[in-house]
Design a binder for this molecule. Structure first.
Ligand SMILES: Cc1cc2nc3c(=O)[nH]c(=O)nc-3n(C[C@H](O)[C@H](O)[C@H](O)COP(=O)(O)OP(=O)(O)OC[C@H]3O[C@@H](n4cnc5c(N)ncnc54)[C@H](O)[C@@H]3O)c2cc1C
Length: 219
């Protein structure tokens, strides 16, 4: 990345910029690869970063937890990781609908589901992922797919426009999301549940135990 672009990125408030750094800490795979990464902490900062990169025709790639991608050939790509504010106290009680930032870790949501017995949320038990990465991949287990509980997804399109996608039967298929195109970024999602049941707690615990026993990922 040229110095002019680096300087312009540095001028954007709300990002942490790592240039030519070892990115192993930022992916679940923990591979040692040097590259450029912007950790973006606000939606406004993200819009500014995307605008600047598009103006300079500079490619970018989203990284959630890096659990489903291996970062290779990082030359001439800015990796972007979202770290949006998330008020964890919203999970102190249950709600009919949850609007959550894309950077929300799924394991926090699993703990919430286990505590309150949220039906439907057991589908992503044990999957290492950010919410955005899980939606992009339509992540799932033998218990189901995350698409079953996603109602709306807010997407920042590559051209800078904001779209609120209403999920329907065409939105997802097996490990695929059909409404996020190259360069688009999932900002947040509205999740719902299918009621509450005390059985969810044991279902999640048993599935976690099963996953620990079988070390290979479930797909
Ligand atoms: C040990 C292990 C166990 C696993 N078990 C399962 C399993 O049981 N079921 C399963 O489905 N998967 C499983 N996986 C794969 C992985 O956890 C999932 O694919 C998960 O959805 C990846 O989420 P992530 O946040 O790490 O996304 P990443 O791997 O970082 O990214 C995946 C894709 O999503 C894109 N992306 C990420 N965030 C956004 C965003 N905000 N907006 C737009 N695009 C975005 C990335 O650019 C990339 O193309 C496993 C992986 C590991 C390492």
């Amino acid at each position: 990345m040229n110095k002019d672009l680096i300087d312009k990125l540095k001028g954007i408030e709300g990002i942490e910029l790592l240039i030519d750094k070892d990115l192993f800490r930022y992916t679940t795979m923990r591979l040692h690869v040097r590259g450029d990464l912007a950790i973006v902490k606000t939606r406004n900062a993200l819009r500014n970063v995307i605008r600047l990169l598009n103006e300079n025709q500079y490619p970018y790639n989203l990284v959630g937890w890096g659990a489903n991608q291996i970062i290779v050939h990082p030359d001439h790509t800015l990796f972007i990781q979202l770290d949006f504010p998330f008020d964890r106290s919203t999970l102190d009680t249950t709600h009919d609908e949850y609007i959550l930032p894309a950077s929300t870790p799924l394991n926090i949501l699993t703990s919430h589901a286990k505590k309150f017995g949220l039906m439907g949320w057991e589908v992503f038990t044990g999957i290492p992922a950010s919410l955005g990465g899980a939606i992009f991949m339509n992540a799932g287990t033998n218990l189901g797919e995350i698409s079953e509980i996603v109602k709306e997804v807010e997407v920042l399109k590559k051209d800078g426009s904001l779209v609120l996608h209403q999920v329907d039967e065409h939105s997802f298929s097996y490990r695929k999301c059909h409404f996020v195109n190259k360069g688009d970024i999932i900002l947040s999602a509205k999740l719902v549940h299918k009621g509450k049941s005390p059985e969810i707690k044991s279902k999640i615990s048993e599935y976690i135990a099963l996953r620990k026993k079988n070390t290979a990922p479930f797909h």
